[in-house]
Design a protein around this ligand. Structure first.
Ligand code: HPA
Ligand code: ZN
Length: 337
């Protein structure tokens, strides 16, 4: 791998970092039978036709996550890989309802993840935030109950998000829980415009009041919406490998990211569910470079955008931007000589 630029990852589902080897190790530790002979056979099942076909497997494999230690090990595995890929700050989604629905207590999930995250800066050089994500295909009442159950742990949580099956579950369904999250002092993001129409992006901004849109690629179908997102500099957390694997985009060479940058959108590159989609964040960046010929300046802009769009405090943002400036200065010096 070329030396990766320092960057923030802002769209990452911790459950989507469950590598087949760890899934089998946890299955053995917890005496759970997986319906696959081993990691290779499981990997061979990663042939998705759309978002739902992925979600079916993603939820099935959460069965191996039972104890605090399981969640700690999962997060440690991600953070070690992320650090190798230049990630210096990560804002990490987790899906509590994927676990409470199987009888795992929300405290087990949050304590286990928080235990990994609280020493991540020292161990991996990666600062972190945790984003509690609601499953949009479940009733809004379940989301409200989930937020209430997370009450004792809100010190560990920076923001709420919205994920799972998008079409037929518009953002407005969750107006009440987003208002409650805002009142509790949480930041707000939502998946919109991945498989769902551009109108869902507008609704997430206007009805939920989100600060960032996860995916958002379908904004490109609506020039007036693009104009608004540019004017308001709403960050979009784009996930190229995910878009190809879930067939939202045909191939990387067809990805709208260059057009999005050209339009002036505040785009970031992220890995979404890296274990399932063929790579971590720098793999996505290098995939784009190879398929679309992104320039060094475009790669630097993407890294810069990731820090601008993150929920770090001003001091940490200044530190991260300075680190990026030093790294891009080094790239320029190396290519000039
Ligand atoms: N979209 C919606 N829900 C998800 C995703 C995604 O890409 N990954 C995990 N849950
Ligand atoms: Zn996602």
């Amino acid at each position: 791998m070329r030396h990766p630029l320092p960057k923030a990852e802002l769209h990452l589902h911790i459950e989507g970092t469950l590598e087949p080897e760890l899934a089998f190790a946890l299955a053995e530790r917890n005496r759970i039978d997986l319906p696959y002979a081993g990691p290779d056979e499981l990997r061979a099942a990663y042939a998705f036709t759309d978002l739902q076909s992925f979600l079916d497997l993603y939820y099935q494999l959460t069965a191996v996550l039972l104890t605090e230690q399981d969640f700690t090990d999962l997060a440690d595995g991600y953070l070690a890989r992320a650090a190798e890929q230049g990630v210096r700050h990560a804002e990490i989604f987790f899906d509590p309802q994927a676990h409470t629905g199987r009888g795992v207590d929300i405290g087990t999930v949050i304590r286990g993840l928080a235990r990994s995250l609280e020493s991540s800066r020292e161990r991996f050089g990666v600062s972190t935030r945790l984003i509690l994500s609601f499953l949009r295909d479940l009733p809004a009442e379940d989301a409200l109950k989930t937020l209430a159950d997370a009450g004792p742990y809100l010190d560990s949580i920076a923001a709420v998000g919205l994920d799972s099956a998008e079409v037929g579950h518009p953002p407005a369904k969750f107006a009440e829980v987003y208002a409650a999250a805002r009142a509790a002092g949480l930041r707000l993001v939502a998946h919109a415009g991945e498989e769902g129409p551009p109108e869902y992006i507008t609704e997430a901004l206007d009805v939920l009041g989100v600060e960032r849109i996860d995916h958002g690629i379908r904004c490109m179908e609506d020039p007036a919406l693009v104009e608004r997102l540019v004017a308001e500099q709403v960050p979009l957390t784009v996930c190229p490998f995910s878009n190809v694997r879930l067939r939202c985009v045909d191939t990387l060479a067809d990805h709208p990211l260059p057009a999005m940058l050209e339009a002036g959108l505040l785009v970031t590159v992220n890995s979404d569910d890296p274990s399932y989609f063929g790579g971590y964040v720098e793999d996505n960046v290098q995939g784009l470079r190879a398929s679309l010929g992104l320039s060094d300046d475009q790669l630097a802009l993407l890294a810069r955008n990731s820090f601008l769009a993150s929920f770090v405090d001003d001091a940490r943002r200044a530190e991260l931007l300075a680190e990026l400036d030093a790294a891009t200065g080094a790239v320029r010096t190396a290519s000039a000589s």
